[in-house]
Design a protein around this ligand. Structure first.
Ligand code: RVP
Length: 498
């Protein structure tokens, strides 16, 4: 029989990293790390699959920064797949399957499509996908809105011949063409005139703005999406795959259960799904991680109870302090070459490096990102300060059918609980300070991690994992670590107090 008492469990505030000899400048540091067996990210940050953290806007912003967003699943299959689609169509460079419109569509339909995809210009194609014109906002301006329902695209579009490029045009040639002809958009066509892509000036500029962005093989932004194991979970998974998702995250509060492991195994063996990367979670022990490794998971997500909004440890008495949990899980994952994701419990950038040294390859963040402009939900003012709401996916608000249907009850194994008053919540509902655009928040997190790596003397994440050593600390040291004995007069962009 195993020992009744496992050894002492440690978390972020129990440890510090030892400084090491450094032969490098902070500019030499490369924080590329493995998200899954087959996907690497230039920035090892992942946004949480929560309905107050990650929808398409956050996912787009995360991928542009070099990380990844995981779309939450507290919404219908169609809505979640649509969000995947929004991310995949956001560009970047060349849009390989642009949204198009037919010549018979009305301007009203066009306007609706433009709103849905947040784009302002469309190639017009015939039934064979041959390019016959372009239509943009500008073409609409001369038709009174009252006539939009009866006016056809055909009547106002700019018809062929247009300035076009060949399917395999280089970035440089496209730039020259766009400039020469002062065009905003360059449709790409094959020899037979079929539309094969679209380049927009706006996206080109963005490509230069986001040098670390996470792209798939076709140059589109990468995105992840959460799935469950219950009810129509398989249909959700396959619909998301059809929409182009790069990573599926089997997302539960307790992953070491047969049904979820079977789901992962099926996804990784079915010929229709096995090409997609699958992350399993959450676990907090070596055996839990081993179970996902054995099921064929492409990464294992660790965290039972560390989340800022989580009450699992209090309500159930179950959990493992996060640094120990990550370390234990890595003992099963490392030998199998399976990356580990440390999920939850991060309050400051310094904890990212601690998680990596403990054995994680990337980290998942909730509260640190919920206050961003790109997270779902409205800004609220309280006493002149700005906040955004942040709630646990196991909170009553997220699991009850108040307002709309909850799709996330099975994250807490309560899918079959019939009425809201029978729900046993494992999370709370609250708010966090507004932090502005993700780019600014990510800059501080990335900057903090760069400094961590510099102090430890590691130029790469594998080196950090290899060289990093912890010192265990006391409550008195923790107090020493934070500002003390001084009243803070000016708020720092990366420190909010204890
Ligand atoms: P944090 O970053 O500390 O805010 O934690 C975010 C993580 O907390 C999520 O990625 C998820 O694993 C977990 N979570 C989400 N909802 C709940 C809950 O209601 N208990 N927990």
């Amino acid at each position: 029989l195993p020992e009744k008492f496992a050894p002492l469990g440690l978390t972020y505030d129990d440890v510090l990293l030892l400084p090491g000899h450094s032969d490098l400048a902070p500019t030499d540091i490369d924080m590329t790390s493995r998200l899954t067996r087959e996907i690497s990210l230039r920035v090892p940050l992942v946004s949480a699959a929560m309905d107050t953290v990650t929808e398409s806007r956050m996912a787009i912003a995360m991928a542009r920064q070099g990380g990844l967003g995981v779309l939450h699943r507290n919404l219908s299959i169609e809505d979640q797949a649509y969000q995947v689609d929004l991310v995949k169509r956001t560009q970047t460079g060349i849009i390989s399957n642009p949204v198009t419109i037919s010549r018979d569509a009305t301007l009203e339909q066009l306007d609706k499509l433009a709103g849905e995809y947040r784009i302002s210009g469309f190639p017009v194609v015939d039934a064979d996908n041959r390019l016959i014109g372009m239509i943009t906002n500008r073409d609409l301006r001369f038709t009174p809105v009252a006539e939009w329902a009866t006016t056809k695209v055909d009547e106002v579009m700019t018809p062929m011949p247009l300035i076009t490029g060949p399917s395999d045009i280089s970035r440089e040639d496209a730039t020259v063409l766009l400039r020469q002809h002062k065009r905003e958009r360059l449709p790409l066509i094959d020899d037979a005139g079929h539309l094969t892509g679209l380049i927009t000036v706006k996206d080109f500029v963005k490509g230069e703005q986001f040098p670390n962005a996470s792209y798939d093989g076709a140059g589109r932004l990468m995105v992840g999406a959460a799935i469950g194991y219950f009810g129509d979970a398989w249909q959700r998974a396959t619909t998301l795959i059809d929409a182009g998702v790069d990573v599926l995250v089997a997302d539960t509060a307790h992953g070491n259960v047969r049904m979820l492991l079977d789901m992962v195994q099926r996804l990784k063996t079915d010929p229709a799904t096995k090409h997609v990367q699958v992350i399993g979670g959450n676990v907090a022990t070596r055996e839990g991680a081993q179970a996902f490794v054995d099921a064929g998971s492409d990464a294992v997500k660790v965290g039972v109870g560390p989340g800022s909004i989580c009450t699992t440890r209090v309500v159930t008495g179950v959990g493992v302090p996060q640094v120990t949990a990550v370390y234990e899980a890595s003992l099963a994952c490392k030998p199998a070459g399976v990356p580990v994701i440390a999920d939850g419990g991060m309050k400051y950038s310094g904890e990212i490096a601690k998680a990596l040294v403990a054995g994680a390859d990337t980290v998942m963040l909730g509260s640190l990102l919920a206050g961003c402009e790109e997270s779902p939900g409205e800004l609220v003012f309280v006493n002149g300060k700005q906040f955004k709401s942040y709630r646990g996916m196991g909170s009553l608000g997220a699991m009850s059918s108040r307002g709309k249907k909850s799709y996330s009850k099975d994250r807490y194994f309560q899918a079959e609980v019939a009425s809201d008053d029978k729900i046993v919540p494992e999370g709370i509902e609250g708010q966090v300070a507004f932090r502005g655009p993700l780019a600014a928040v990510a800059h501080q997190l990335i900057g903090g991690l760069t400094q961590s790596m510099f102090y430890v003397g590691a130029a790469t994440v594998p080196e950090l994992q290899e060289k990093g050593r912890f010192v265990r600390i006391t409550q008195a040291s923790l107090q020493e670590s934070h500002p003390h004995g001084v009243q803070m007069t000016v708020e720092a962009p990366n420190y909010s107090g204890r």
